[in-house]
Design a protein around this ligand. Structure first.
Ligand SMILES: *Cc1c(COP(=O)(O)O)cnc(C)c1O
Length: 418
């Protein structure tokens, strides 16, 4: 459920007509609905209210500090994957006792930053990383909370680029080797082994892969406890999918019920790291049609947002619904919706049955709140686009459109070229 809707044939975000925002900020831009963001967070978090848990929003899905602030104010922690994400979360006022740090390639300076910030725990992904965390903690006179991210080898049945819990993926520690790894970890003096974690993939549209992973993790928790390790946290990662097109996805409450039912016999504080399911359908991308053209083979609709603004279609061939901002009687055609970037892979939709759009019309690319702005780049020297948040009948630019000077910030012409 979200608060993007049509009124008098015009697209609105909550109580604000999209065209009002276009007049003020131009196109393209990302548009988020605060009411939807809050609602999605609450639905997820409340679904687990019966069990001890921390919901740690996955910052990489949408890292704008205003967006983070909304969740943090609602009690969220964060799942971070870099020092930069920690910095953002701190700017947004996160409670550092609710921060978990994931990722296969944490650098020493990032680990130190996280230790100084007193985060809850690192989800460590290799024995070498554990050693490094231990020595960083020793240097700082601290003890690092740690869970091992295990790879449970379950197939999340999602796109190969976003599945992470298979042996062929780079993530985590082979669950078969994890017991050994835990025994080594407990010998490290500056590491406090607190939990087990996994993250099997993203845009998972079934509950069963999560239950498979949970079963493996529970078994591991028991073994570790038998050996006297104080495992308090069971981190099931993120990955719950959303409807982009017609996917039939489990509601967070069904997901929660299945997990709670399957974990009556294990006494742990759960950690969840949802990203997409919270923000995906709470954001859209507004773009203007620049030109249309046809050849014998195809119709093209050329818009002012490109793969540098929203890369998911190019990267994963992912589907985003496309809707007109102003509805009217229109003929349907088959077309490619493409951006201005000099790459054939630059498209928002391919071979799509779509209404005929004319030059100057506005388009809404739906379900763009997750992995939209955060994956955007300056390719083709295009400034990154604004992010706008609607709240209580008003809209707020929560990230300005970049100007030309932003494009060369930090660049220098050395003396010998002057
Ligand atoms: C990306 C990621 C998430 C969030 O995934 P979603 O599919 O957006 O819920 C959570 N945890 C880890 C470790 C991740 O890498």
């Amino acid at each position: 459920m979200n608060y993007f809707h049509y009124k008098d044939k015009e697209l609105w975000c909550e109580e604000v007509p999209v065209t009002d925002i276009v007049s003020a900020v131009g196109t393209p831009f990302y548009l988020y609905s605060q009411r939807t963001l809050k609602h999605h967070f609450r639905v997820f978090d409340v679904a687990f209210s019966g069990v001890p848990h921390i919901t740690c929003f996955a910052v990489k899905s949408n890292s704008n500090i205003a967006v983070l602030r909304i969740f943090i104010a609602a009690g969220s922690g964060v799942d971070i994957v870099s020092g930069g994400e920690l910095y953002r979360a701190l700017q947004a006022g996160v409670d550092t006792s609710k921060v978990v740090y994931s990722g296969v390639g944490k650098k020493v300076d990032e680990i130190e930053y996280a230790l100084k910030s007193d985060i809850l725990m690192f989800n460590a992904e290799s024995s070498q990383e554990l050693e490094v965390i231990n020595s960083c903690a020793q240097r700082l006179g601290k003890k690092a909370g740690v869970a091992l991210r295990v790879n449970p080898d379950v197939d999340p049945e999602t796109h190969p680029h976003i599945s992470t819990g298979l042996m062929s993926n780079k993530f985590g520690i082979d669950i078969k080797k994890s017991l050994e790894e835990y025994r080594r970890a407990r010998m490290l003096k500056h590491v406090d082994v607190k939990g087990v974690s996994c993250h099997i993939g993203s845009q998972v549209t079934k509950i069963s892969p999560f239950l498979d992973a949970l079963r493996h993790l529970k078994k591991l928790v028991r073994l570790l406890r038998e050996e006297g390790m104080d495992i308090q946290y069971l981190d099931l990662g993120g990955g719950l999918g959303i409807t982009y097109d017609k996917e039939d996805v489990p509601h967070p409450s069904e997901y929660a019920k299945a997990i709670i039912d399957a974990s009556k016999d294990i006494n742990c504080t759960f950690i969840f790291e949802p990203g997409r399911v919270i923000v995906g359908n709470a954001g859209i991308l507004i773009t203007e049609v620049l030109y249309t053209k046809s050849n014998d083979a195809k119709n093209f609709i050329i818009v002012d947002a490109g793969m540098n603004d929203l890369v998911r279609p190019s990267l994963y061939n992912s589907y985003h619904q496309i809707r007109p901002v102003i509805e009217k009687e229109r003929e349907e055609i088959i077309a490619d919706v493409v951006g201005p970037i000099c790459e054939s892979g630059d498209y928002l939709a391919k071979g799509r049955k779509i209404f005929r759009f004319e030059r100057g019309e506005l388009m809404a690319v739906m379900s763009a709140g997750a992995y939209g702005f955060t994956m955007s780049s300056n390719y083709n020297s295009r400034g990154r686009i604004p992010e706008v948040l609607v709240s209580d009948g008003q809209f707020f630019v929560i990230r300005k459109r970049e100007v030309y000077a932003d494009l060369i910030r930090g660049e220098e012409i050395p003396d010998f070229l002057r």
